[in-house]
Design a protein around this ligand. Structure first.
Ligand SMILES: O=C(O)CCC(=O)C(=O)O
Length: 286
């Protein structure tokens, strides 16, 4: 029996590749997470950049808690069973009045994971809707196999390689995911999705948490993940420790090693070596 998702929501995920909105915390709690992010940004001199946007749950205790939040993890367990890893996390921040966008893509393209049993919990820390560059998707597109992509490295594209599906997308079918702060969507790794720019006067902040069952492995080299529920009987990934404090120096060092290794998988075959490389825009995500 599902714990968090209704049977209809489980069916919606299987049929459409996406389910939303699911409330995982109050608006006040989401605002307080936004404030924690912005307090760090104020103290560190500006918007979170480069590798700090990735695997950020290894740097901040409040994000380590978020990836283990039972409303999120139990919803994922309704889809993929009780033994779960958080493979990675990515901040998707679109500043006010900026052209940053995400092209139509499938997440699975460069992640190197052995099976498409991967789900993203996209948690809204601000409203995310048609007026500020919310994510949209093509229902049912997750049932397609891996679709060829072309790398554009387009300047304002938030994806690592500016990759986009190399087929026409019928945008009339697209569904926009409207979320209030504290709500999430769950989307399948093969779902064709993307998002336009944010012309509004406030930032749009989403925190994408990528979960896999422990049986999924990385086929492109050594990799690490965080055990968030159940037991890891497969040992495909190095298990990551939980940070005890924000920006704790040993964790900053570990995070650097892990994100550099991770970037080598995502950028394989290109000249880019890390999320901080000048060739990569600082705010890019997988
Ligand atoms: O935040 C966005 O607009 C896009 C997010 C995305 O592509 C993802 O989470 O896979």
């Amino acid at each position: 029996m599902p714990n968090v998702l209704t049977p209809a929501e489980v069916e919606q995920y299987r049929d459409r590749g996406c389910v939303h909105p699911i409330r995982v915390m109050s608006e006040a709690d989401a605002l307080s997470l936004r404030r924690r992010l912005e307090a760090f940004e104020a103290q560190s001199g500006g918007p979170l950049r480069g590798d700090l946007r990735h695997k950020s749950h290894l740097l901040f205790g409040w994000l380590a808690d978020l990836v283990r939040e039972s409303r999120i993890v139990d919803a994922v367990a309704d889809l993929y069973g009780p033994d779960l890893l958080c493979w990675t996390t990515n901040f998707f921040i679109k500043e006010a009045h900026t052209p940053s966008f995400v092209s139509w893509h499938q997440d699975s393209t460069y992640w190197g994971l052995s099976r498409p049993d991967v789900v993203t919990a996209w948690v809204a820390l601000t409203p995310s809707n048609a007026s500020n560059g919310a994510m949209a998707y093509i229902p049912g597109s997750h049932t397609a196999d891996q679709i060829p992509h072309r790398d554009t490295f387009a300047k304002n594209n938030l994806l690592t390689r500016g990759q986009e599906v190399a087929v026409d997308v019928d945008e009339h079918q697209a569904v926009t995911i409207e979320l209030a702060p504290g709500e999430m969507s769950l989307h399948h790794v093969r779902l064709v999705h993307g998002s336009p720019a944010n012309p509004s006067s406030d930032r749009r902040i989403g925190f994408a948490i990528r979960y896999i069952p422990t049986s999924v492995s990385q086929v492109e080299g050594r990799d690490s993940a965080t055990l968030v529920k159940g037991v890891d009987r497969f040992h495909h990934f190095d298990l990551e420790p939980r940070p005890s404090a924000d920006m704790d120096p040993p964790f900053v060092k570990l995070h650097k090693e892990i994100t550099e290794r991770n970037a080598q998988i995502l950028y394989r075959g290109t000249a880019v070596k890390s999320y901080n490389d000048s060739a990569a825009l600082p705010e890019r995500a997988p």
